[in-house]
Ligand binder design. Sequence first.
Ligand code: ADP
Length: 415
Amino acid sequence: MVDRQPRILYVEDDPSSAMLVKRILEAEGFGVVIAEDGITALEMAQQINPDLVLMDINISGLDGYEVTTRLRSIETLQSVPIVALTAATLKGDRERALIAGCNGYIPKPIDVDRLPEQVRSYLSGFREQIESAEEKSEYLTEYSRRLVERLEDKIRELQKAHEELQRIDKVKTDFVVLAGHELRTPLTVIYGYTQLLLADPRIPGSEEEEGSPRYLIAQVAKATQRLSQVVEDILNVSMIDADRLELAMDPVFLDQLVQSVIADITSLAPDRDLTFGMEGLEDLPPVMGDGRRLHQALWNVLSNAMKYTPDGGRITVSGRQVEDAIHLKVQDTGIGIDPEERERIFERFYVLENTLLHRSSKTAFKGGGLGLGLTVARGIIEAHGGKIWAESPGRDEQRLPGTTFHILLPLPASP
Ligand code: ADP
């Protein structure tokens, strides 16, 4: 027996049984911790290192036999007495429990008067065993067969659940795509009308004069454009998820592409003091790709470089041919990315900044986004058979270590 108060882990999914046993044993000076299912029991056992485990056999999920076998495989728990509790008193239950790794067996309903004594005897070293080797091997075979059958059932259940999830996921994607298309049309109409109004000289005021009719219309136009971009991003991610991104393939010259992306981005943020550079792009052979999509992918990467680089910084796009691919690098002198975030930033809706502090801007320093930009960029690059990844020494807003995005785009096979 241990000197301090003995700790008992009681695995039981029925709360009233759990409470009853807990009370009885606590009244006798034992410490009792309850685990409601097998997985919790496995975690708790490793945390609290119990002196004894009382194991209800008929629990849902992993059953008591399986939990026992698993507990026995944990080094620190190999010699802890595990006592099975079960209401089903079929022939062979005792042997099954012993084969699974239990040291004894207490039938349910529990005899409350005897329980503390039974527990004490196990704590002082009492162990039950199967004597006959023949019997032991018979039960072992039966137990292994049962485990495999349970595993088979579980795999079938998982397969079914997986198919159901795929179906639900498709319904969701179909809905998002449909809703996206439905939203797109009225947004285009609103934006079109704002442009018509702004072109009308009868509209008084100016776009800079706050509160004037022209200013108000310009604000509506801007908000509509932003909303269209959000809808577009959501649509794109859904198409990428569903493998429905359609590409119109043509030869694409990367120097022209990068130049037009840079021109686009800088025109959106004339107030940002950033230098853009291009290196080694003129001599590259064209890749086969969807120019509009590739523009979008690069736009997302470059607008991030802009958002996460403070004023005074530099953003360089360089390219070179490596065997049968073009290797593009988008390098910035910005705040950088921590190593553990480098993959996660490509996940959908993943943003590192505090979303409560979001300035909804595509270009301002640390301006917030939906966290879809890189998901879309990766989807597009991968649809082209390419790869995209990020490299950075870490995030540091003072030292500005910078980030480099690498993009590999395959070249068409030579004839
Ligand atoms: P968002 O719409 O928020 O820009 P993205 O998917 O484009 O979403 O980017 C995800 C996150 O990756 C950003 O919130 C940002 O924290 C980080 N990130 C992306 N590019 C850079 C970069 N060049 N430098 C530092 N952090 C970056």
